[in-house]
Design a binder for this molecule. Sequence first.
Ligand code: ASP
Length: 327
Amino acid sequence: MRILIAGLLALALSACANMERPVAKPEWTLLIHGGAGVMRRAEMTPEMDAAYRAGLNDALDAGTRVLAGGGTALDAVEASVRVLEDNPNFNAGRGAVLTREGVAELDASIMDGRDRNAGAVAQVRTVKNPIRAARHVMEKSGRVMFAGPDVDEMAATAGLDIVQPDYFITPRRKQQLERTMAGEVNPMDRYGTVGAVAMDAQGNLAAATSTGGMNAKPPGRVGDSPIVGAGTYADNASCAVSATGDGEYFIRVSVARMICARVAMQGMRAEQAAQVTLDEVKALGGTGGVIVLSHDGSVALSTNTEGMFRGRADATGRREVAIYLDE
Ligand code: ASP
């Protein structure tokens, strides 16, 4: 009898040892992106490479300060995106790509995973930080989305920073537009959009995305970035997503919501849900990338293009920025 009990005990113990232990979630996690697309080492000067990495690090710093200080995921994603909007190298806020007519028309959205409250703005022309306007819409308007000159007016009334339209225009984007209008096709001229997703110490998720859209877009064209469920999504029960890429395809696939649905309903981890959904986009002819942070702590920084400006930081001290696919 004693031998039997000892044997059963040994069996039970070994079963416990073999059980897959869930990997502990870091106390907080932050992912950012600065757009996906054609990024070739050979065509990137060392100065530009360093400038992009510095910009990504600045954005990680801003979000990390919030999260490490016990702040919310919502404040963190807004802080990171604001830094990227202010950086003229990224396609959002200052340095955004221009419409065919040479103006910056900016789109942004933000979502809180706690209650799926969301705010979005489109075709902004004078609000310095469109992500601030999106948050204002979310928290103060009782609505989800506003577009056009009324957003600029609402933001001014609310006391947000307002700038002249030419604040957003940089010489580099002007040249890009001129090249495109002259019929020159340079795939490196196309990429853009910035975004962030975060989980805070309370386990809450949030996502934010901001963009100038696509170089030489027709005035009035709106892509996926301000569309909740396409370019941005956050729900504590599934995941937080910010996307970048061919907006029309991302809208048609409802990329951000689709990824979260796959996490929630099919039990996929972030990486797999991102991959399957980006494959769907590709099958229609679209390219781009996503950052995904799942409620289970799994993460994805995935793209079906040649590279994506991206960064990651968490409470364990992990800290990375990357551009090309092979890093
Ligand atoms: N998704 C953005 C848009 O379609 C552009 C981009 O991410 O490159 O407006």
